[in-house]
Every structure is written in structure tokens, then in C-alpha cells.
Design a protein around this ligand. Sequence first.
Ligand code: BGC
Length: 931
Amino acid sequence: MAIHRALCAFLLILPTIVDTAPSASSAVESATSALILSHSVSPSLSSASSSVASGSSSVSATATSIFSPASVSASGSTNASGSSNIPTITSASSISASFSTNSVSTNTTSGVLTSSAVNATATGSQSFNSGSGTETGPITVPITPISFTPFPTPSSPVGVPEFPSVDPESPPPPRDAPGLGGHVPDFSGAWNKAYARAEQYLSQGWSNEDKVNLATGGGFSNGFCVGNIPSLHARGFPGLCLEDSPLGVRLTDFVTAFPTGLSAAATWNRTLIRTRGLFMGQEHKGKGVNVALGPMMNMGRIAQGGRNWEGFGADPFLSGESAYETILGMQAGGVQACAKHYINNEQEHKRMQESSNVDDRTQHEIYAHPFMRSVMAGVASVMCSYNLINDTYACENEKMLDDVMKREFGFRGYIMTDWSAQQSTMSAAVGLDMSMPGDISFGSGTSWWGQNLTDFVANGTIAQARLDDMATRILASWFFLRQDVDYPPVTFNVYNTLDGNNTHVDVQDDHFTVVREIGAAGAVLLKNEQNALPLKLGKGGVRSIAVIGNDSGPAIRGPNGFTDRGGDDGILAMGWGSGTAQFPYLIDPLSAIQSRARKGKKSSERAIVTWWRSNWELAGAASAATEQDVAIVFVNADSGEGYITVDGNEGDRNNLTLWGNADALVSVVAGVNNNTVVVAHSVGPAIIEPWVEHPNVTAVIWAGVPGQEAGNSIADVLFGDVNPSGRLPYTIAKDVSDYGAQLVTGGDAAAILSIPYTEGLLIDYRWFDANNIEPRFEFGFGLSYTTFQYFNLHTSVISQPDSDSKLLEDAWAAGKATLIAEGSTTALWLHRPFVKVQFEVQNTGNVDGGEITQLYLHHPASAGEPPSVLKGFDDIYLHQGQKKAVTITLSRYDLSVWDVVHQGWVKPKGKITFSVGASSRDFRLKGSVPV
Ligand code: BGC
């Protein structure tokens, strides 16, 4: 059988990988660590350890100024460079010389887990996860010849209806998701065709230099996009434009500023998430972008995490479904998506010098899951992160790149570095495929690849087959998305928006409609006493409205006044950093509320509106709110990427309080107005204990960070044009210390900071559940203007016509771990709908509205799982009184846990039960899994 062939081929590779891991002497290791540290931050190889500190800060400074459109002048050379233009370190011999001490360093945990490492993980006694502090130094890839055999093509049954052969242009619709009883798409046919075309193209005279140039970015700011693969004229290859961000096309005009990933996830609505992805994909393509650098799927492990708003929250299943739908949408729009940042980049503090120490089971079940779903969506590229994982830098981490991503997930696209996250030339040998932006540090004129990679291949240190594989993967992804045919040219220049190359192509279409819709659908109603909301205008309703707070109106500097949105003034509609786009306009709540309050035909159906924008002049706020029928206080909390500091917050939030004197503002308004409504635009959870129980705070809406239609979206919810159905994608705690994981700070300039993921599987609500901690608002929570009831639970096993996978299914049913083989974790049989859970939901209130039904598994205690884990959800829209049948399905993968000893997915022994309900703590129906 094909799986057996795959397994044999893998096992042939295995000894090679393990054999290349000589043991270390600690003295050499620490000498090496000083040198390697300098690689990440210092442009100069000669001034290794002394330059670490200044190197590090100059990286941030460079990024800040160079990404500022106002401060940068046009860069002359663009996509035209060939190998001669690619910066290299002066000579390969100087590299080898400076590397000679590395050749005896250890690679044990970066390679395939050895059995002792596996056992240590199984018993939870692994030394790398034992505390905080600093690491001794990174484990590096030795410079010794490493052979390479490309992974065989993952097998897949052809023509079986459960796995329709799918092209990225026409993915199955969101209602056909495997988790709703739909189809598992099989992209292997489309990949096979793309591989054949890539191989054929490469056979047409591509030299090693050409292949290396395809894999090495042209250097920071050499080109129009944030990353550029120069064109190869002789080969007829036009080059590649790689461009941020996960919420739109960054640093150009006439584009849509979409809602953040977090707001999209808060809708729990696959159709909206898919549509957002599709529109973003179309805009990227319309501007000539080949590779859009998103979605971002690092987990909201710590509430303070600076970039959490770019991602999809704190639960792997919700993040996985969101990543899956976003990628299917983006690639249907024609652009190559990029799943980032792989992996464990959950905080900004010291992101280039921290080791996230994660055990193998947690890695598989929590952090790698969204990346696995990305591979199932046919993602074309993956970006490895800045940080280290268990002491090995992510971009040369053989375990995560080769073994998990390429072998276990069967990923067929290419892995690029985050910007200057590369550490060595040898990274090519352990799974890295593309260097971005190509230089060692921004503008250094040196590269780990370029001439160095050519030389390493020429002298046999890196296998020719590996270079061929890199080039094949990059070209195959290009063919996979049909970018070889009539692809639009790049029509902007991120380094100079005034440059002539910016022809102001308008790609917005009517995409604002989905921005507005997601903004409203992702707003979470947390509190609503005495039916304070929706606001009713007219007789007996609200006649006067006070709008309070800086967040309610426009920023003094305009929507794009802070470079990369690095400032908090006015309505907060995205965080800061590279995950941003220029706002084409920004509707603020005050304008939207004023216009909505005057919509009524008769004056008796309208309300008057006053406002007070200052958060600090509390007496004025109190006076504006006095005697008004309702006072709506707008507050916010901001965060972003670490290269920009805002108000002392270096990316991550320093604390979880709302910004700008917000608690005092709410309290003072609630002190004078007994119908105070609070709206928070927040990048994540905040502690709202100072006022949430105040009797005059009648309603609270957690409105996310919703993009350019922010004001319209919230007005839609406030006035009841949209009945809120958003649900929290994370837990809001009563106290910071209630969270199971905290931001790790400190660490001196040269040291690698330890970040032990000691909470393991107990991320977010799982920690609260396991430790009986009462949250303020739990994960999955959200109110509606109506009520819903759940009835008639049925479960059944789905019969399957496919006999090909019967042996594998029987082995799984007998409690055997899945095989170690290429594509073993993404194998289609493992993901097909297996158990059907059906129930009915009725709208029992007085208005139409949407419910998010959620399914949580409860594993037997022996499985070592958290008390409840989300494994299914659906969004249901019901008119008043309407009842609908809902179907959520579970796959064998959904029911499995990761077996660290056998390195496969296994069905736990004993009875698995489940709950269906409206949040992670509001269970309405209970059942057990009939297997
Ligand atoms: C960020 C990436 C981004 C890249 C290019 C890095 O600093 O971590 O998310 O795609 O820059 O702008």
C-alpha cells in the first residue's frame, strides 16, 4: 500500500537525520552560542558578542524607520537582480572559518526525537521545560554533509466521494466543512500537477545559481514589496512579491482595511471568515502580490501577547477552523497564503532571543494544530518564526520544519523565514526553503544563502537534491495558484508610496460590506440588564444619547497618522506593527451613531446626540452624561509588534487594564447616569472588575478590533439592526493572576530567555476549568437580544464506503497510534466525518437572531486531557420561534490525543462524553461518543 511505501521511505531517511547529530561539549556549546547569537542580530560577524546588544536595538530601529512611508526614499534597484546582485558574505571560506567551532555542536533535540527524549516528554520530566530564567545557548545545525531524499508524495485514494479532488481556485463552500458533516478536500491532485510543471520548468536549463536566487530574497528594501524574489530573466521567471498583512495589503492605498483575525474569529462564522479571506486574496492579487503574509495563527496563550489580535484567539480548534477558512478564501482569490509564525511565537518580548519550551504533546494538540489545518487547506507557504523552540531556532529546527511540517503534515509548499529570522546556511539542510528578506540583517549586504548556499551545494555539504527540492517547492506553489498566467504586476512601492510605481490601482470593490458585517457579527454582548440594548428610538425609547470617550471618535492625526498604527488615539480598529494596512477611511462610532440616531422619518423617532471625547477631563464627561437617556462610553486597549513601543508597551501589553484612564471614565459616567453602556475595542481580554458590576452599567459590548467600518458595525449592534452573535475567542478573567500563563519579561541583552509552556494543554479556559477558577466571562460566551433552547440530541456513527482505509481505521479503533509516515497527521481518513451529533435549536425570544452552538469533548480522566475541549461549532440563524436541526461531526482526529511514545494519534481508552451548548461553561445537552 502507498502508506507503507511512504513509511519505508521515511524510515530510510530517519537514520541519516539522527546520524548527523554528534554530541556536544559544553565549552564548545557556549562558545558557539555567543557566535550564533550574533548572527541573529548583528550585521558583523567579526564583532560577535560585543555587538549583540546594539545589534538588537538597531534591528528594531531600522524596521521602524524603514517601514515608515514618510521617511523613506525610493529604492532604485527592484526586481532585476541576478546572482551577482545578491549580497553574500565575502567568501565561503570566511564563513566556514567562522563556523569551524560549530561543527561539533549538538543537534539532538532539533532532529527527530530520540527515544529518550520521547520518554522524558511522556513522563513530563523533560529538562528543557523545568523553569524560567535563561538558556545555556542555542542548539545549531552542524556543518557536515547532510544527505537528502525528497519526501515521497503523500498517498490519497482517488475518486472516493469523501475526498473530492480540489483545486485552490474552487474549494468546497464553508457549509461543506468537514466539521459540519461535509467533505474533506483533497488537494493532492492539484499539487501533483503543480509539481510536474515545476519539475518540467526546472529541467529547462536552471542552474544552481538560478535555484539559489529563487530561494534567496533580494535583500531588505530591494524591490517594491516587503519581501522580493528578484526576477530571473534568462529563465523567464518574473520574480515574486511577498507582502503583509493578515488583514489587508500593507503600506499601499486604495485597499480595504479588514477586521483583525481576532474579530473574524469572534464571529465563529465560517462563511464570514471565508469571505474575508477571499476578498483579501483578491485585493492582494489585484495589487500584484504573489504571496500574502498571513494568516497569523500563533495562539493567545498569554492575554498580554502583543500580536494576539492578528490571530484567532486562545483555542486551537477555533484558530484551526479560522486559519483553514481564511486560507481557502485567500487562495481562491489567487494569492499564495502564508501560515505564520511557525511556531510558538506567543509573545513579543525578546521574540528573537527566547526559547519557547514546549512538550511534544502540547505542541501537537495546541500550537501546531492551526498549522496542520492550514496544510489541509492547501496553504502554499509557511513562515518560520524568530524564536527558538526547545533551544533550537525555529528556522533551523529540523523537528518542526522537516519532521512535523513536511513529513507528518505532508506539506508540499515552501517554508520561508520571518524577516531576518535565519541563523545559518545549513538551515537549508533541515527544511528551510526560502530566506527572507534575504540578507542577514536588514540592509547588511550579507546573506546566509546567495553565493554561500551555492558553495555549500557545490562542495557537497548541502545535497543537490535538497536545493532541487527547495526550488521545486517554490515553483510548484506558483503553479499551484496559476500565477504563471496573466498575473497582475506589482503596482505599489512599500518603501515609497509616492514612487511612480504606485499607480493607485483600486482593489476595494464593495469589500467594505463584509468588513461592516464582521465588525457587527464579531461584537460580543457581555452584559445587558433591563434590556438596555438594543437602543429603541421613538415613543418611550431613547431621546438623548451621550457618547463619551476618546475611542468614540476620529484620531487627531487621522486614521494613518501613526506609522504602522503605532499609537492609540481615537477609534481603535487595528493594533500596530506589520500586521496592518492603511485605512482608506475609518468610520468612527460617533459619526455612525449620530447618523443612525437621525434616521427616523419623524423627529419623534430621532434622538439628539452629545459627546465628550476627553478621557482625562472627568468632570466634563460627567456633565455630558448627566440627564441623558443613555451614556455610551467607548474604551479601548491596544498592543502590537515589538519594534514599536507605545506608551511604554513594547508590543506586549504591560498590564491588562484598559487604556487612557478608562476605568475612571466609566466609573464617573456610571456615577451620574443609570443607563451607562460600555463599548470596548480591545486587542484581547482586559480586567474590567472596577466597574462591570456597577448597577448603572447596564450593558457591555466587547467590540473587538473591527477594521475600517468600526463605527457602522457597532451602531448596527447598538440600535438592534444586527442582533449580536459574537462569542469570546478567549476568557476574560477577574484577575491577571487567574490566567495559567503570563508574559515572561527580563533577560539580559545577550541571553536567551526561557519561556516554559508549563501549563501544557491547559491554555485559556482549560486552565480555569481544571483549576476551578471562576472567570468573569468564559471562552465562548456571548449574549443575544433573543434566547435559544436546545433539544433532541442524537448521536450516530457515519458509515463509510471507502474500504481502502479500513485497515487504518480498524487499527485506530483498536487503540493503535497512527503510523509514522508522510502526511500521517493530515491523512484524509483520519479527518473524515466519523461521529454525527445532531440536535435542535429554537429561537424562543422575540427577535430574529443567530446562535453559535458549541461542542466540547470530555475525555476519560486517564487520557490526561483538560476537562472540556472545543471540537465543533456552527452558526445558526433563526427567526422568532423558528427551530432548526443542527449537525456537528467529529472525525477520528478530533477524538484522538497525541501519543508521544508512538508519535501518532491515538483513541484514548474509555468513554468520551461531550456537551453541546452556548459557551465553554453553558452546557445544554450531554451525550457520549458511540465508539
Ligand atoms: C513580522 C512578520 C512580517 C515580516 C515582514 C516581521 O517582523 O514578524 O509577521 O510578515 O516582518 O514585514
